[in-house]
Structure formats: structure tokens, C-alpha cells
Design a protein around this ligand. Structure first.
Ligand SMILES: [Fe+2]
Length: 398
């Protein structure tokens, strides 16, 4: 698919990134105005997005209305923000509540960032807080080093994980980007891994790569596994602490007990495949929100599959949180290695559209109190749940 004057270019990879893993992951698109796409141009963008997982447009001008319209075009029957109406009691208890301010006339678009915004799009005196790892992690960087070192805040896809379906895309539009020194993101997990990051980066990793680099026995497990998320996952996890890599939670029995959660019902609990099938490329993306995971449902090996060395050949239902988390971590950790991370260095008027069902991302870093940052973010609870592996996929990988 092509459109006149449209060109794609590699993302500006930092020296830490291994270009071999970014041949199809990420692209800058030039020659289109994403706020005013014709249906033909939109089809081109959609195709590029599913092939590249994250698209960057520079020097864009995008109103909240245009951003909503663009985001909705990827899933025309979606309507509401990915986390639902954020004025309800349950969302006030959510760990996300302090970070999202809704644009009054386009409530699917959120103002996020840092600092006090006296007036913006009908919001008065909005106090924005960049999520800081000290509010969520068990092990934190000492205050004295706070502007020098940092952690990934939380690796995730944008999804309520309960009742609502994970949005297909997220659009992130940078309005105000403070300039300042980069930071060193430390993994602090005993590996010595660290990643130099621009100030206030958003870090992305590919879910397709996450799957591709797994050894056979973990691919076999992934293709057979479904993930059950906690009801009201963001309320459930609020009292808990994250690992220093931001890739899941410590198991300290701190999650809110299920009976203390806002009202919930079993039929709205999300059970999603561990691998989500890309609707254009057919590739499998390892898409698990490690903080919200509660249980794993593993199907037995299919007939004819090699049993030697297979994990859970007869299938299993894992409900022990520590065991569940350890297994998911083992499968996801390789893909957040420094060479596989794209930390975007934001400029004002950058628009990033990412395939929320194909990548994981994380907020990173810390701002000084007076550093003002403003972004508009939009995603929409999808009209369906993601597809998992096909029968042929199971045969191929199990
Ligand atoms: Fe996000």
C-alpha cells in the first residue's frame, strides 16, 4: 500500500539499541497530516502501524477533536476512554487516578504531564504529576540521585484489564516538552543492565520480539496460555510494590483483597491470550500486563507435539501469585534488555501512534517540580478482545 508523497524512515535509535531488532519495529512517517487524513491516507497509516507497531509524526498540529477522531478511526465502533469514565468511585481508588485529567469537551482525551497548568483547553489549575517510581517501586533511587538515575515506572499496555477490552491503539501528542539532561535508567535487578534515557522518555519494546526471542519451551508455553487478570486490576494493585525493573509486582501479599474491591463480577473478569495475533502481519505479540496478572490457564500440549522438555505438558491452572509472576517475568524480562528498548526523545509537536496490542511501554524518569510538561493521550476501549494464536500457530509453536 502506498500514497503519494508518503515516506517512512527509521526511528532515531540511540547507540544502546541494536538496529537488527528495529527493522520492522518503529517508523517515522513523513508527508501526511495525521489530523486531516483522507480515508485512503488513513488506510496507509493503519497498514504501517500494524507493520511497524509505533509510528512517529513530527511537527504535527492536532486538536483534541482531531486526536479523538484519528484514534477512533482504528476501531470505528469504539467510543469511550480505555479506562472508562474516570469520574466513578472505582477509578478514584485506582492507582492511575492522580495522573489523568480529562479534556472537558473531548473526554476521551487526557491531559498528562508534569507541573501546574493555569489554563488549558477548559481545565483550570490542573496539577499534573509525572508518575514517579518512588510511589510504586519497592526499591527506590535515593532522593539525592533522583535527577541522575531512574527506573522504568511500569511496563504495560494501556488497558483497564477488567470489563473493558484493551484499546487497539494509543495516540500520544507532545505539547510542552521540558529540556534537560538525560538520566540513567537502572534495572537494579542484579544484572548490571542500565540504559541512558532522554529526560521524560516514553520507552517502548516490541511484543513480537518478546515472543521471537523466547526459547522453544517458553514459546510452546506462551502459545498455550491464557492470562486471567485481577478484577479492577488498578485498584487491586494500588497497595502493592513493583519490581525495580517496573516489570511486575513483588509478591508481598499487599494487593487489595478481592472482597474489598469495588463491586465486581466473574463474567467481567478478563481472561486474555498470552499472545495476541497481529491482524495485518499475522505475527504473535507477547502481550501481558505483568502487574495485573492473577492466574495462568495453560492448555495441554496438542496431539503429536514433542513432549520431551515441554513445560506443563498436561496443562495447568496456576493460581499461586509468586509462581505465576516468576514465570511471566522469565518470559518478559529478556525483551526489556537495553538493546531492545526504544526510548523516544520527545520534541514538541511529536505525535506517536502505537499499536497497543503489539508493544509494551513505560513512563520513565523524574522531573523537577517546576518543569512543565503537557501531553494529550487518547485510547479507546476496544469493540472486541484481541485474537489469540490460531490452530496453525499452536501446531507450529507448541
Ligand atoms: Fe500507558
Amino acid at each position: 500500500m502506498a500514497a503519494a508523497g508518503v515516506t517512512t524512515h527509521p526511528l532515531p535509535l540511540p547507540p544502546s539499541a541494536d538496529p537488527a531488532y528495529f527493522k520492522s519495529f518503529g517508523a517515522e512517517v513523513r508527508g501526511l497530516d495525521p489530523g486531516n487524513l483522507s480515508p485512503e491516507q488513513f488506510a496507509v497509516v493503519q497498514d504501517l502501524l500494524y507493520k511497524h507497531s509505533a509510528l512517529l509524526f513530527r511537527n504535527t498540529s492536532l486538536s483534541p477533536e482531531q486526536q479523538y477522531k484519528l484514534t477512533k478511526a482504528f476501531d470505528p465502533s469504539s467510543e469511550n476512554y480505555g479506562h472508562g469514565n474516570n469520574k466513578t468511585e472505582k477509578t478514584k481508588k485506582s492507582i492511575l487516578h492522580p495522573y489523568l485529567k480529562t479534556i472537558p469537551r473531548q473526554p476521551q482525551v487526557q491531559l498528562i504531564g508534569n507541573g501546574l497548568i493555569p489554563e488549558h483547553e477548559g481545565l483550570l489549575n490542573a496539577q499534573l504529576k509525572h508518575p514517579h517510581h518512588r510511589t510504586f517501586h519497592k526499591t527506590v533511587i535515593p532522593d539525592a540521585d533522583d535527577l541522575k538515575y531512574t527506573h522504568f515506572y511500569r511496563w504495560h499496555m494501556d488497558a483497564a484489564l477488567y470489563d473493558l477490552s484493551p484499546p487497539k491503539v494509543t495516540t500520544l501528542y507532545a505539547l510542552t516538552v521540558p529540556q534537560g539532561d538525560g538520566q540513567l535508567c537502572r534495572y537494579d535487578d542484579g544484572t548490571g543492565d542500565e540504559l541512558p534515557v532522554p529526560l521524560g522518555t516514553t520507552a517502548f519494546v516490541s511484543g513480537a520480539t518478546m515472543f521471537d526471542i523466547l526459547p522453544h519451551e517458553l514459546k510452546s508455553l506462551a502459545v498455550r496460555t491464557r492470562v486471567k487478570y485481577a478484577p479492577h486490576a488498578y485498584v487491586w494493585m494500588a497497595p502493592a510494590h513493583a519490581l525495580s525493573t517496573g516489570l511486575g509486582l513483588e509478591t508481598e501479599d499487599l494487593e487489595l483483597p478481592l472482597k474489598e474491591l469495588p463491586q465486581w463480577s466473574e463474567d467481567r473478569v478478563k481472561v486474555l491470550p498470552m499472545l495476541w495475533k497481529n491482524p495485518v502481519t499475522g505475527k504473535l505479540h507477547f502481550q501481558v500486563h505483568p502487574c495485573g496478572v492473577q492466574e495462568l490457564l495453560i492448555a495441554p500440549l496438542p496431539a503429536g507435539a514433542e513432549r520431551e522438555g515441554a513445560l506443563y505438558p498436561a496443562g495447568a491452572h496456576l493460581t499461586d501469585l509468586k509462581e505465576v509472576r516468576a514465570l511471566v517475568y522469565k518470559m518478559q524480562r529478556p525483551a526489556i534488555a537495553p538493546k531492545l528498548v526504544y526510548p523516544h526523545d520527545w520534541s514538541e509537536k511529536d505525535l506517536v501512534i502505537f499499536h497497543n496490542r503489539g508493544v509494551l511501554h513505560s513512563v520513565v524518569g523524574a522531573f523537577a517540580k517546576d518543569q512543565v510538561r503537557m501531553f494529550h493521550q487518547c485510547n479507546l476501549a476496544a469493540s472486541d478482545d484481541p485474537d489469540g494464536p490460531s490452530e496453525e500457530d499452536v501446531k507450529q509453536y507448541a
